[in-house]
Write a protein that binds this ligand. Structure first.
Ligand SMILES: Nc1nc2c(ncn2[C@@H]2O[C@H](COP(=O)(O)OP(=O)(O)O)[C@@H](O)[C@H]2O)c(=O)[nH]1
Ligand SMILES: [Mg+2]
Length: 388
C-alpha cells in the first residue's frame, strides 16, 4: 500500500507519532476554519460520501512492528491478498468482458491467424479504449511476428497481447522522482476536471495514510462552491482529520498558504482544488498560482501533483492529462471509476502516452475502493479467467 510514498515513510521511521493535540491551530488574520473531527464514521448527514462497508478492515490499526521496519505499514495485511485480487478482477469485469472475453470469442475455434482476424482484433482493442496508437503498435507487432512465422496460433497471439499490454503498463511505472522534504509535510495537490472523483479520492487516500499511522490535513482549495467544501469536511470528519477551509469564494491560493502555514507537524497535506472545465484557461492559471504559492510557503511543495481522471471519459482522458501536464506538470495520476466502464483499456493508453506513474485506481465508491496501482496485478486481473 502507498508504495510510491515509501521513501517518505522510511524517512519518518522512528519518528514519534504526533497526537492531534500537538497540531496547534494557526493564528489567522483570515477567517480560516481548522477542524479536527472525531474519528467516528457514519456520523455525518447526506449521501456523500457513501457509508463504509468494510469498516472492520479499514479501522484495524497497523501492526506496531510495521512502524520500525523498512517497509511501509500495510493495512492490507488484514485482508487476504487473494480476496483483494478477486475483488479487483470483479470490478474490472466490464473491461475484461469488452476486451479479453471478446478476444477469446474471436479466437474460439480458430486454428490459424489470418489478416481478417487481426483486423477484428484491432477493432476490439480500439473499442476497449486502448487508443489508436497503442492498438496499432500491438497489432503491427502481431503482423510482423506473423510474417516471420513466429506466431503459430491464436493462443500465442493472446500471450503476445498480454505481454505487450504488460510492457506498456510497466513503462510508466518507474519510481517517481519525488523530492522528499527533509522536514515538514509531504504535500499532495490533487487536480482534475469536475466530477472525476478528486474529493472522493482525497478522502480515500487520507484514510490510507491514517491507517498507516500518518497524520493528515486536508485543505479545501475548491472554494468555488460551498458544497465542495462541505463534501471535503464530511470526509475529514469520517477519517478523523483536520480540515483547513475558508468561506466559499475565497482565493484558493490564500487558503493553501494559510493551510500550509499551520501544517508543520503534519505528515501529509492533501489539497483539494476546483475543476470547472468551462473556464479552462482560468482554471489552469489558478492551479499554477496555487502551485506557486505552495512552493513559496513551503520549499519543494507541492511534492506531488496528482491528476485524477475518470476512466469512463474515454479518449478525452488523454487530452485532459496533456492539458494539465502542460499547465502544472504532473507527477502522478489516479484513474477512477474503473468499476463502471468497459473502456478500462484507457489505463494502458495513458501509460503508453505519458511517462507519468499511475498511483491509484478507483474501483468503486466505498472508502476502501482506492487501490494502489500495481501494473502486473492489473494486467493479471484483466486477463483473469474467472471473476466469480
Ligand atoms: N463507481 C465509482 N464512483 C466513483 C469513484 N470515484 C469517485 N466516484 C464518484 O464520482 C462522483 C464524483 O466524485 P467527486 O469526488 O465529487 O468528484 P470531484 O468533482 O472531482 O471532486 C461521486 O459520486 C463519487 O462517489 C470510483 O472509483 N468508482
Ligand atoms: Mg470535488
Amino acid at each position: 500500500m502507498l508504495g510510491w510514498f515509501k521513501k517518505k515513510f522510511n524517512k519518518l521511521t522512528g519518528k514519534e507519532e504526533k497526537t492531534q493535540e500537538e497540531e496547534i491551530a494557526v493564528p489567522q488574520e483570515e477567517p480560516v476554519q481548522k477542524e479536527t473531527a472525531p474519528s467516528q464514521p457514519g456520523s455525518t448527514p447526506g449521501a456523500t460520501p457513501p457509508p463504509e462497508k468494510k469498516k472492520e478492515q479499514m479501522e484495524a490499526p497497523a501492526p506496531p512492528e510495521a512502524e520500525t521496519t523498512e517497509e511501509a505499514p500495510k493495512n492490507i495485511l488484514h485482508e487476504d491478498v487473494g480476496v483483494l485480487f478477486k475483488r479487483l478482477t470483479k470490478r474490472l469485469s466490464k473491461t475484461r468482458n469488452s476486451l479479453v472475453k471478446k478476444v477469446d470469442e474471436l479466437f474460439l475455434g480458430k486454428k490459424v491467424i489470418d489478416p481478417e482476424l487481426l483486423d477484428d482484433l484491432e477493432e476490439i482493442l480500439i473499442t476497449a479504449d486502448l487508443g489508436i496508437n497503442t492498438t496499432m503498435e500491438l497489432v503491427d507487432n502481431a503482423r510482423e511476428k506473423l510474417a516471420r512465422n513466429e506466431l503459430s496460433d491464436p493462443l500465442a497471439l493472446k500471450k503476445i497481447l498480454k505481454d505487450k499490454i504488460t510492457q506498456f503498463v510497466l513503462s510508466s511505472d518507474q519510481p517517481a522522482e519525488l523530492v522528499m522534504p527533509d522536514s515538514g509535510p509531504f504535500v499532495i495537490m490533487v487536480i482534475g476536471v469536475n466530477g472525476v472523483g478528486k474529493t472522493t479520492t482525497i478522502g480515500k487516500m487520507a484514510r490510507k495514510f491514517v491507517d498507516s499511522g500518518r497524520s493528515v490535513m486536508l485543505i479545501a482549495a475548491d472554494t468555488f462552491r460551498a458544497a465542495a467544501i462541505d463534501q471535503l469536511r464530511i470526509w475529514a470528519e469520517r477519517v478523523g482529520i483536520e480540515l483547513v477551509s475558508q468561506k466559499p469564494g475565497a482565493d484558493p491560493s490564500s487558503v493553501v498558504f494559510d493551510g500550509l502555514s499551520g501544517a508543520g507537524n503534519v505528515d501529509v497535506v492533501i489539497i483539494d482544488t476546483a475543476g470547472r472545465l468551462h473556464t479552462k484557461v482560468n482554471l489552469m492559471e489558478e492551479l499554477k498560482k496555487i502551485k506557486r504559492v505552495a512552493g513559496k510557503r513551503m520549499t519543494g511543495a507541492p511534492h506531488e501533483i496528482m491528476l485524477v481522471i475518470d476512466a469512463t471519459t474515454g479518449q478525452n482522458a488523454i487530452s485532459q492529462a496533456r492539458l494539465f501536464n502542460e499547465a502544472v506538470g504532473l507527477t502522478g495520476i489516479t484513474l477512477t471509476k474503473l468499476d463502471g466502464t468497459a473502456k478500462g483499456g484507457i489505463v494502458v493508453n495513458i501509460c503508453r502516452e505519458f511517462n507519468i506513474p499511475i498511483r491509484f485506481i478507483g474501483i468503486g465508491e466505498q472508502v476502501d475502493d482506492l487501490r494502489d496501482f500495481d501494473p502486473n496485478e492489473f494486467v493479471e486481473a484483466l486477463f483473469a479467467e474467472d471473476d466469480s
